[in-house]
Design a protein around this ligand. Sequence first.
Ligand SMILES: [Fe+2]
Length: 421
Amino acid sequence: MIDRKTITKENLINLIQNSKTMEDAASKLGVDRRTLLRLREKFGVVHISANVNNKHEVRYEEEIKQPTLNEALGRIPEVSKTPWTGVHLSDVPKEDILYKGDCYISGSALPKSITQLNLNADNNLNLLRKVLVDNLPKEEKKKPSLEKFTGFIGKKTREVEMEAIQSKLLIDTNDYTHVVISDCQVSPGVDTSYLEWIGKYIAYVKPQRIICLGDFADMKSLYNYKKESFDSEEYKADVKSAKDAMAILMKPILEEIAKTEWKPSLDLTLGNHEHRITKVAKADKKIGSFISVDDLEYEKYGWTVHDFLVPVTLDGIAYCHYFTATNMGAPIPSAKNLVDRKHMSCVMGHRQHYETHRASRPDGTTIVGLLAGSSYVHDEDYLGPQNNDYSRQIWVLNNIDRGSFTPVPIELKQLKRVYGN
Ligand SMILES: [Fe+2]
């Protein structure tokens, strides 16, 4: 048996080349397959294999850069001569694989984040479309024949996304985990279907804590409040839209809680949009006698509601709609600034774009600043045509330990591919 602590790149390649399968190679090394793949990645050893008419031919090359599938195709002439008869997208986190008939081609890839997974999936689909079109019989090339493949590719993509989302590589559900929902800015008429995807995903992950960073309700009716312009019908419509949206988000979560042992804590830090209600109520006692932030009924779903700008610390991580940078109350502008000023892990919403910053402490722990960005799918008119291109996501905080955590963005467009209709 080879000692994995002293193994070199050369004897790793020899070991793999002289093994029938990756499992064989792993067992010779006395490790599991995943550890072997990590070692391979560590040494920058790229694996390309072809299985032609059941004759397995394996080639290993030493490269730091992952070849594109196009490059990989060019390196295996036996495969490129064979007409394409079918396409299969494999488990993207492990390997990119194109099948054609009895043949497949694979290039090793161990992407670590869901963003990379999306990139790989998109790149693969573009390549697959090109390969399919280029290899259609000549008479079919004249017709728009791609449509017959799109259903198949769409189904496969959905399966791949589902596998990726459920992959323990991304979310280790054995770890202590928080899920963070940032600003949703719900107002009458905006699409809230994504909240069902978020609810279903949270019910799948089953984090110990769920945190909503506020500005869940947009409360447009109270923007630039003036006594004479207050419209109680608009206010009621705003409140109703937020309550309806919260019901959509919480339905899958509450159903899962009812049928399992899962008992997450729910904390919601009010944002400046919800705070508009309190501000108006204070400014005008008459209106204040019949409006209150309680109208939003967040507590009804089990949320512990924290006042605007009052941070709550959970497992060593401070949460707030935003943290202030000055005595005047301006929001902290960057994740680095958050860490530099607050000296502990902090998570905030309020800003459209997300940002993370990590710093180490002498005691071996790390502190993380996370500006969580936006958790809605609609565009905001006030941002204009050039400023709505920010990413939309929720966050899983993995590996929580003494305030340290690993932030994992879960993009709403990926949740849509899995849970959307
Ligand atoms: Fe805000």
